[in-house]
Design a protein around this ligand. Sequence first.
Ligand SMILES: [Zn+2]
Ligand SMILES: [Zn+2]
Length: 263
Amino acid sequence: MKFKYTDYHVHTNWSLDIEENGPKFEDYIAVAEENRINVCFLEHYELYYLEKDKNTPFHDENIYNYLEEIDTLKETYDFILSGLEIDYYPEKETQLREFMDDNARDIDFIAGTIHEWIPNYPITLRDKIIELLEKIPMKQIINEYFEVSESLIRSKIFKNICHIDTVFRYINENDIIPEDDCDVSDDLALKLGRLCIENDVRIEYNLSGRRFPINRPFPSRDVISKLKKEGGKVFVGSDSHKISYFKKTIPDLKKAYDFLSFV
Ligand SMILES: [Zn+2]
Ligand SMILES: [Zn+2]
C-alpha cells in the first residue's frame, strides 16, 4: 500500500446503515489522500438481510458491481482496498463457507463480525438492546454474545474479526448500567482475544467508541496492549459511517498504530 497507515474499517452507501446521501468511495478517497492514509471499504454483508430485503445494496449478486467500481478506482488510486464486514451466524456456517470459497480471493480484506445472533435484535442499536432486555436477562445477552463470538473464531471462516467486545457499546457505566450479576470486566475480551491468537485471527482495534458514552475503543487500550504483547495480530479501524468522523479520527488512527508498534 502507498501510505504507512491504514484505516481498515469505513462504510459507504454500500452499507445498509448509511443515511441517505451518505459517504461515497470518492468522499473517503479525497480525505485519505490529503491525510496520507490507505483506506479499506469494509461494507456490511449480512446474509439474513440479503435474504429478506431486496433493497439491501448487495442483493442480487451486486457484489460484482461493488468490486468492479473499486477496481476502476484502483486504476487511479493505489491506496484503497475492497473489503467486507460479514455477519457471522452459527446456523449459517455452510452458506458463509460457500460465500468465502466463491468470493474471498477477489476481495482484499474480509472480517467476521457479530452485531446480532437473534435475528432483528442487533446489540449495536440502543433501542434494540432495550427491547431485547425485556425478553432476556442482561447477563444472558453478554454471555451469549461472547459464546457466539467464540464460535466465530473457532469456525476459522474468517482471518480477521471486528470489535471483539462491542456488546459493551451501550451496556456500560456511562449508559445502560450493568446489572450486579454481569461480568463487564476486561476478562471476557481478553479471553476472546487469546482465542484469536490461538486460531491466528487478526483482531481489530476499533476506534468507534468515541462516538458513544463509553468513550473507549473496542477492545480497550489495556486489552489490546496485552493481546499484542502476547503475540496478537492487530488492525485498526475507525468504523466510520460519516466523513466528518473519518476525518476527525485520523490523528487517533495514526497514534493507535504508533502505540501498537511499541507494545
Ligand atoms: Zn460492526
Ligand atoms: Zn462496521
